[in-house]
Design a protein around this ligand. Structure first.
Ligand code: PEP
Ligand code: MG
Length: 324
């Protein structure tokens, strides 16, 4: 099986009829960047920057962050690198911040909400480090847990301010750096048309999108049966996000686990997803699945799937149609 996948090394990521998409990888730290190239990834679709913060016992300095982001940018050597700004809170705690415990941490003070309240000591140093690193490769900035366009505008305003600062200091950065939105809340999905006008790209975080759409916590075994991307509600949400991105001609990506689910890959292709970010170990297997379908077949599968009414029916149909 592993040997059979080797023939996909160096190949384009494309359907049987030559529809090409981007196949990139998720990483948790700069040390994983090399592995993406070894496994023939076409870039990084999600660098979870919170790992830098969690490995440390204080907020990492702008300089330390710059070095980490620069290392990934240089390693990827011109291939795209999407770095997500600090996504803390919810399931990810940072003891040294001394944040109060919350009754509903998943509905609380986390990710971009937290960063926008901590502009001076947390967000600006991180965004400056990202801008500086963008001089060394194709760095893109991604904002997690967006629920309204105000948040995206606020982040973009800070970035503009920092660009002027860097200009005044004569420090290099990519003036056309892209700023995208992680689509992982029901709210973001419902206003995907609005966000698509101001974001440079979308990346769908199905891990959270599934939980927030189904109002189901994966960690709770009593409701785990609801936590599935095969639910018609989740599929409609994903379709809506991709359509909005396609309509505005911005990249429609996905960095949640669903992007490498072999049952879902043809559905996602049929929806019009054009970037798949998966764990490095899943790159070749995902490329293989893509090669087994034509776009017409993917679209026909979408038509069938979207008529189904239950998670179980969707799963059964996708299993029946699965190719290997
Ligand atoms: C997601 O929510 O799908 C995602 C990729 O981010 P994380 O798993 O880090 O929340
Ligand atoms: Mg998430």
């Amino acid at each position: 099986e592993k040997a059979a996948l080797q023939k996909f090394v160096g190949q384009k990521s494309q359907t049987a009829d030559g529809h090409v998409v981007e196949l990139v990888a998720n990483i948790g730290g700069p040390d994983e960047a090399e592995g993406v190239l070894e496994r023939d990834g076409e870039g990084v679709g999600l660098f979870r920057s919170e790992f830098l913060f969690m490995e440390s016992d204080a907020i990492p300095s702008e300089e330390a962050q710059f070095e980490a982001y620069k290392k990934v940018a240089e390693t990827l050597d011109g291939k795209p690198v999407i770095i997500r700004t600090l996504d803390i809170g919810g399931d990810k705690a940072l003891p040294y911040l001394g944040l109060p415990t919350e009754e509903n941490p998943f509905l609380g003070f986390r990710a971009v909400r937290f960063c926008l309240q901590r502009k001076e000591d947390i967000y600006k140093p991180q965004l400056r480090a990202l801008l500086r690193a963008s001089a060394f490769g194709k760095v893109r900035i991604m904002v997690p847990l967006v629920t309204c366009v105000d948040e995206l505008r606020a982040v973009k305003a800070i970035i503009e301010e920092l660009k002027q600062e860097l200009d005044a200091e004569g420090i290099a950065y990519d003036k056309d750096i892209q700023v995208g939105v992680m689509m992982e809340t029901a709210a973001a999905s419902l206003i995907a048309d609005i966000l698509a006008k101001e974001a440079d790209f979308f990346s769908i975080g199905t891990n959270d999108l599934t939980g927030y759409t189904m109002a189901a916590d994966r960690g709770n075994p009593d409701v785990a049966y609801l936590y599935s991307a095969y639910n018609p509600a989740v599929l409609r949400s994903i379709r809506n996000i991709i359509s909005a991105a396609n309509k505005e001609d911005i990249m429609a990506g996905m960095c949640g686990e669903a992007a490498s689910d072999p049952l879902l890959v043809p559905v996602l292709l049929g929806f019009g997803l054009n970037e798949f970010s998966v764990s490095a170990t899943a790159i070749l297997a995902t490329r293989k699945v893509m090669s087994l379908w034509t776009m017409d077949e993917c679209k026909a599968l979408v038509d069938e799937v979207m008529q189904l009414e239950t998670e179980a029916e969707v799963k059964a149909l996708l299993e029946e149609r699965a190719r290997s």
